[in-house]
Design a protein. Structure first.
Length: 76
């Protein structure tokens, strides 16, 4: 059986693995308790990530839009 790294499992969690790689990881997960624990640990750490921190502040979005308007006005 192939050995998978935490990085492999993270890619699996983010659905960034090929169908073949996904199938291999799922097979390994069904047989390897250590790999299951790695998966569980990564899932728990992902639960702590606050989705709102990924979104930009409204002020930042407005600044970018205003800058784009200024640049477009100068080139027109």
């Amino acid at each position: 059986m192939k050995s998978f790294t935490p990085e492999d499992i993270l890619l699996y969690l983010y659905k960034e693995t090929s169908p073949e790689h996904t199938a291999a990881i799922e097979k390994a997960l069904s047989e390897d308790w250590s790999l299951q624990e790695t998966l569980r640990t990564l899932q728990e750490s992902m639960e702590g990530i606050v989705v709102d921190t990924v979104s930009p502040r409204q002020e930042a979005v407005e600044n970018v839009l205003n800058y784009a308007k200024e640049v477009m006005a100068e080139t027109a």
